[in-house]
Design a binder for this molecule. Structure first.
Ligand code: GLN
Length: 546
């Protein structure tokens, strides 16, 4: 039977509980255990696909086409392992199952209730991991903060699992915040005390407290937390701010979290085999050579809206000893004021990420054209691919009012059109073209030189695609299509020769980027952006690093 580690959060959201969970999972993996990581989202959506990334962070897509919470992306990056639909459990899924079972008559005669029916369904889903994943240890993070009404059934299920399993098979990690009030400068432990009280009120006593704080936790603060929460001193783990999230596993390990977990779960002696992890995490630290990238989007307010892109840029930067400075630029700025385009000249590269809908799209189309004309390195992802095509149609092929039918259903030139299999789709949830597909690259192209491979895999999330009726005109005007999927039916990559770097992908290249193994288009994009910084020859000594 595997061991179960439950991770809960207190005080407030956004503490980096996902990073703590991913780090614990990574550390245990490096001790030789087979580890699964699971995210529970207590919201009623069946999956994250219908959530607004501006409010909830990005929708991460797994190879199997599931649209998941962004923490699944963190788990994939830390564990370097592809996860699946069942690694992200939501209240929506659990309620849907229970209500479906009730309609079938599976509970005939019973009054269907949160306890035991919903909690039983939660436990069933959690325990399923022993059957579907070959695993020694399941690390389960419950989203939200203790005290939320929505997460109560999940925490109750965790409590029951603890009662039902051997006491050495379950462990509770509670992640909290220890703030410092500027005037006093003292680390305040009261919020942690209160949040543990809240957890105890529902019958859960944490075994380990991971305290997020600006600076390392002072011994006094640790002692206080240990005393008031009945957790032994060595199980109060300090988790201060770091320059890079990839340093968190080492920080937690230096606080002894692995030996504490091993001791409590009676796993014997632990030894971490770091492999190349320390080398990789170090590559994110102390890089001063700055490359400035403008990210042109609509969801410019919440950094988490594009978290995988930020990671992919950071991965590519770290591998080339560069510091990537990402500035979000609101696409709407370029709509009426053409002169704002010149501000783009101050960046070394421009990235237009995925997106939906009208707002800001005209600005992105103008930006795609400006970068093409001015030789500014351009990377387009999904929507950024589609709008680069629209811009090429209008400005190079002379197709007036060309557009994507998503933005103008009556356009005379639908260069980006609805995917044929989307025509009868009515529901919006989980109905896009989703997940991993094989992509065949065309030899002799930038894409081929970038990947050094004939066949790659890319993850998708879209309803619209390039309309190949226009392929001939585009090619005659100089565009190169360098990647295809579904036996040539789908165009996946476009590029413009005789430009320093102008490449866009229909797939979301960002989802497959890993620390130490950045996604090749991000590496290529940054390499050329860096060259733009130093223009011509004088970059050569630095280029050796690339
Ligand atoms: N809105 C576009 C489509 O549905 C692009 C989607 C995206 O960028 N993820 O095809």
């Amino acid at each position: 039977m595997p061991k179960w580690i439950f991770v809960t959060g207190g005080v407030m959201s956004g503490l980096g509980k996902g990073i703590v969970t991913a780090s614990i999972a990574r550390l245990l993996m490096m001790t030789g255990l087979k580890v699964s990581a699971v995210k529970i989202d207590p919201y009623l959506n069946v999956d994250a696909g219908t959530l607004n990334p501006m409010a909830h962070g990005e929708v991460f897509v797994c190879d199997d086409g599931s649209e998941c919470d962004m923490d699944i992306g963190n788990y994939e990056r830390f564990l370097d392992k592809g996860l699946k639909r069942y690694h992200n459990i939501t209240s929506g899924q659990v309620y849907q199952q229970v209500i479906r079972d009730e309609r079938k008559g599976n509970y005939l005669g019973q009054c269907v209730q949160i306890i035991p029916h919903l909690t039983n369904e939660i436990k069933r889903r959690i325990r399923l991991f022993t059957e579907i994943d070959d695993t020694d240890c399941v690390v389960i993070e419950c989203g939200g903060t203790v005290g939320d009404i929505e997460s109560l059934p999940f925490l109750e299920a965790f409590r029951q699992i603890r009662l039902e399993e051997d006491s050495s098979d379950t462990l509770f990690v509670h992640v909290t915040l220890v703030p410092i009030l500027d005037v006093v400068g003292e680390q305040k432990t009261k919020p942690t005390q209160h949040s543990v009280q809240e957890l105890r009120r529902i019958g859960i006593q944490p075994d380990i407290i991971v305290a997020r704080s600006e600076k390392p936790l002072a011994t006094e603060a640790k002692k206080k937390i240990a005393l008031f929460t009945s957790v032994d001193l060595k199980s109060v783990i300090s988790n201060p701010d770091t320059e890079s999230v990839y340093s968190v596993p080492e920080n937690l390990a230096s606080e002894g979290i692995v030996s504490t977990i091993y001791e409590k779960l009676q796993l014997g002696n632990s030894e971490i085999n770091w492999g190349d992890w320390k080398k990789i995490s170090k590559s994110f630290i102390g890089n001063t050579e700055e490359v400035r990238i403008a990210m042109v989007g609509k969801y410019t307010t919440l950094a988490d809206s594009y978290v995988s892109i930020n990671h992919a840029l950071a991965h590519a930067g770290a591998q080339q000893e560069l510091k990537v400075k990402v500035s979000w630029v609101d696409a709407e700025e370029f709509e009426d004021r053409e002169e704002s385009l010149d501000t783009l000249g101050g960046y070394h590269g421009v990235l237009v990420p995925g997106g939906f809908g009208q707002r800001g799209s005209e600005g992105k189309i103008t930006v795609a054209n400006y970068c093409r004309e001015r030789g500014i390195p351009y990377l387009g992802l999904c929507f950024g691919f589609q709008l680069a095509l629209v811009s090429f149609a209008r400005y190079v092929c002379g197709l007036k009012d060309a557009n994507s039918v998503e933005l103008d259903p009556n356009t005379p030139h639908p260069v980006v059109d609805l995917l044929p299999e989307q025509r009868d789709v009515k529901d919006l949830g989980a109905t896009m073209r989703l997940g991993g597909y094989e992509i065949h690259l065309v030899e002799g192209t930038l894409a081929y030189r970038t990947y050094h491979k004939k066949v790659i895999r890319g993850r998708h999330r879209h309803r619209y695609e390039f309309n190949q009726n226009y392929k001939g005109i585009f090619e005659r005007k100089g565009m190169v299509f360098s990647g295809f999927s579904d036996e040539g039916k789908r165009v996946e990559i476009m590029e413009i020769p005789n430009h320093p770097f102008y490449l866009a992908t229909q797939y979301h290249a960002e989802f497959l980027s890993r620390p130490g193994r950045a996604e090749p288009v991000f590496l290529g994009f940054l390499e050329v952006a860096f060259r733009r910084k130093y223009k011509a020859q004088d970059y050569s000594p630095l280029m050796k690093k690339l």
